[in-house]
Design a protein around this ligand. Structure first.
Ligand SMILES: [Zn+2]
Length: 80
């Protein structure tokens, strides 16, 4: 992940991170352009939403759907 300085646009270094809520962190950053800028600032990082569910969730969903089907249909779908 790349963070840029909001003042000069140079690459910034994440010096520390504080979790402020579930899936929300504050990133303490320092501008790498120390000669001309040297700003330090805080940026927020937050989880927004999944594009694809985690594999475990997909497997659990499939298992739950299969368990609602008759035994013969379950075997047919899993190729047995
Ligand atoms: Zn800067």
């Amino acid at each position: 992940m790349r963070v840029t300085c909001p003042h000069c646009g140079s690459k910034a270094i994440i010096t520390s991170r504080e979790n402020v809520a579930d899936n929300v962190s504050e990133l303490y950053c320092s501008c790498s352009n120390t000669k001309e800028c040297g700003a330090t600032f805080v940026a927020s990082l937050a989880f927004k939403h999944y594009l694809n569910p985690p594999r475990g969730d997909a497997a659990q969903l499939a298992a739950a759907l299969l368990s609602n089907l008759p035994r013969e249909k379950q075997l047919e779908l899993i190729g047995l």
